[in-house]
Design a protein around this ligand. Sequence first.
Ligand SMILES: [Zn+2]
Ligand SMILES: [Zn+2]
Length: 466
Amino acid sequence: MSSASNMAYEEWKLGLPSTPPRSTLYSLEPVGIGTPLVECLTSYITRLAEAHCVFPGILMHNLMGPFLQQSSVYQGSRESMAVGQAQNTQSFNGTAQKRAGAAVYALECLTLQRSLRFLTLLTWEGAFSAHKLLRRTQTWCPACLEEWRSTGQVIYEPLLWTLQVVTRCIRHHCELYTACPHTECGHSVPWLAWKTLPGHCPSCHQWLGMAISAQNEGDEATLIWQQWVTEQLGNLLALAPTVVVPPPRTRIHEVLRHALQQMGPERPGRHKEFARSLGVVRGTYSTWLSKQDIPQLETLLSMCARWKISLYECLFENVMALTLHSDLGISGPSKYKYQRSVRGSWGTPQVQDALEAILTDDEFPPPSLGAVARRLGCYPASLRQHHREVCNALMERYQIYLQTKKQTDLQQYCEEVKQAARHIASQGKRPNSHQLAKVLKKPGILRAPEIREVWQEVLREFDTHL
Ligand SMILES: [Zn+2]
Ligand SMILES: [Zn+2]
């Protein structure tokens, strides 16, 4: 026998090899977990649908909804996954278990990804008030989208862009966009629509990114405030995966009580003084202390700025170790720099200067008094009380702008209706309201008497030529 015939072969194990569990859907990796620019859940759903070559509406309606209906954990939640008319789809990114929690559960089961809750604000359910937290429709930085596309990176929407309090991109120093920039469209963009594609407008299907130059011409206080807010929230979103025990709802109340104690012993007017130091009315502050409510995110951030602590410290540091400065005379990174005075009043010469600067500025469209008050971090009534003359001038300028705009819009609508009606007539069809409604962006304008007149004129022309 040859030596080859005596060779010992390895032993074969004939049992089936162990295979890792298989996911129903493609196990798409989420973008940016553990970083300030972590993706939001609606962005993940959009990308997941794209990876399967289906519309997000189909994914939600045909897969996620039925999956949840059969699930024992979130039974009866099928309807909560419907994209429908794209209303309220922002809540998939929010703090509510019913919507964000259910969507995360379904997606984690279907993709076997285990960290999708960090694409929502579920970790911050106890820290963030749901009131005025999320934007109803998308905001985005066109420069970020363009940069990601040109460098071959994944196109997605960061969770930061879903927050109402964030209005600028601090990477590109520009305002976030809130409506489709293509002139023939101009629609707002829902977080999730039936046919959403990453980085595209679901109305006109055009690309939403573009290279834009830095816009640093806004007032300096707002720029500093936005930089600070974005950093605070970005840090918090990046830390979410490391949070073992999320801050409970009582955390903010504890911090507020500690801040009150630091104002000194009980004395008449102490609560009023404290409320004023936080820039809120006594009633609002009372609902916080009685634990019925927690401050809105923007108010919480402004309190941190006044106390000179980070949002992270406010939510996680040992409360007793926090030193909270409630004296407003000290400057800090806040948009409230104008309103600070020793007595926390808005009647200071700095506020007068700020108002006059806004009045003499060529800003277009001019801001309403409400918008000016928001910029300065106070109420319109407070401004009117102390600076009546300049406030009246601001209001008058805004009214003139509104009237002019109304006239310009009306002329534009008249022209639009006239052209649309003539176009329909040129095709041999009578330009009735049904036909016009199909082509007009806002069919409701046909109710305006001036527009009806223009329309009736074209109808008469059509009828006489029959
Ligand atoms: Zn950007
Ligand atoms: Zn569009």
